[in-house]
Ligand binder design. Sequence first.
Ligand SMILES: [Zn+2]
Ligand SMILES: [Zn+2]
Length: 456
Amino acid sequence: MRPRVTCFGGVGEIGGNKLLLEDKDTRVFLDFGSGFSDGAMYFNDVIKPRQVNGAGDLFEFGLLPEIPGVYSEKALQNTSLRHSKPDVDAVVLSHFHWDHMGRIPYVDPEIPVYCGETTTFLHQAYSESTGSPLDGHELRKFRTGDRLRVGALEIVPVHVDHSIPGAYGFVVHTTEGALVYTGDFRFHGPAGSMTADFAREAGRSRPAMLLTEGTRVSPDDSRRNMSEKSVLDEALALVKGQRKLILSTFKGNDVDRINTIAEACRQTGRTLVVSMKAAIVLKKLEADTGMKVPRVGKDAMVYVRRKRSGTVDDKDYWVWERQFLDCGVTAREVRERQSETFLHLDVWNFPELIDIKPERGGSYIHAATEAFNEEGEQEEEVIRNWTDYLGFSYHQLHASGHAPASGVERLVEMIGPKKVVPVHTERPDLFGSFKGHSRWKLSIPEKGKPIPVAAA
Ligand SMILES: [Zn+2]
Ligand SMILES: [Zn+2]
């Protein structure tokens, strides 16, 4: 078979990338994620796919491709698709975000997953605590500079800057020219130069095809154009002017954000207290020599929720949680040191505030992505109800994990492909208005329809 790509997700939607690359008898999936709005027409928090049907309820609505040689026996046990020997050589994972790996639990565990070395540490943190989508798969790790041989393909991973460490784009040398896949990227983070490294390497391959994300290629990009540096500056100003408790929601695996918050705390003498889920991520990443993270127990303390007996007894906690009790901070301790504490509070832990009973006049910083759908708007409303109730001010501070349209345009220019296939975007058509469009062909993907890598 001549090299071709079939997109089974990330088509006219943000996330859910499942890109099947075939060349001769080699088949690999570039990412295997679940989309943010994947199945939202049919499923929600109440109506869920049935476990007993494995992948079946997702096949029903085309949320997973119904093709042989991909899925585990368990995923297919009650479906009309018969289990057969794996017919896919690998899943090549760009980064540890669910919209790129969330459907891997359905994949046959005999199929190895190639991922960045940092991803293996993130995987360990999740695997030991809440579970990881990569559980059960052989992980073959790579770093920038490696060249991976998978059948007819040579895959060159190159780091990119994104809102989680260990994110990669790929240059794939096929039998008919190079294909470039960006994964998710930005230029405005602390490691923006890594995205430029990727673009240069990709450009050198003179690619026939570029599969690029376009999250923010949209007529109404509501995200503020903040860099991580400006998040730090605004956070510092806010913390310096505050004498009461500061609460903040941010993703426990967005290490750039944790470093930013830790730096704001260091400069102002506040104690950063993070959730146990964030603590285990930091703990695992301490072993990654290429990473700089706050040290748990030194630069960051750990919030201890009451569980089961309600007395903070060792036995109340999972084994992975117990290691944090020594550097634990309880609701009472937060209440006693409100002016010295910066508390990381996940949304689902808001009821902790009933125990903390903060004084009025504190600040709440939503240091995560702005609401971009109805669900997010509902969540924001509930958060605002809480902050109003407590008499806290509300602040939105966030640098997006994705380049704005101008950044995507710049990347396409730097790489200079013959053909551009926009994925991970609701508006692939808008790539047609990019300046350099006359120099490349725009190929808008359709779900399940193969696109040849080489120019037609
Ligand atoms: Zn994504
Ligand atoms: Zn991502």
